[in-house]
Design a binder for this molecule. Sequence first.
Ligand SMILES: *[C@@H]1O[C@H](CO)[C@@H](O)[C@H](O)[C@H]1NC(C)=O
Length: 118
Amino acid sequence: MPLFQVLLILKCGLLCLVQSKPSKPKITGDLNVEVNGYIALTCSSQSTSAPYYYSKLLTLSYTWFVNDTKMDGETRGTLRLYVTRDRKYNRYSCTATEEDMESDRSDLIQINPLCTYD
Ligand SMILES: *[C@@H]1O[C@H](CO)[C@@H](O)[C@H](O)[C@H]1NC(C)=O
């Protein structure tokens, strides 16, 4: 927890809420997939709002990007993609949003469709 949050909590006790943007998300998932199969990417972030019990009540929503373009209608933490050979060059990233606060963008990941010789 950043020092400024600790200080705020000490200052206002247990009753006040300290909101801050969620942590920078990480994308996980098996990036080596067969062409013409589905892949599931998971974006995970943590609320850094305090107190802790309050942050447990929040649900984060997610935004996915392909290259730098927002993907419409993808707000869940898991993105399912149908992998084709030409998706190989797409770079995916995500952000997590809590209330009005958006996290930093995750690192970019690139899926790596396994070559099939057909
Ligand atoms: C993303 O960028 C790569 C590399 O420039 C390009 O090949 C690919 O077509 C782009 N994908 C989309 C969906 O724009």
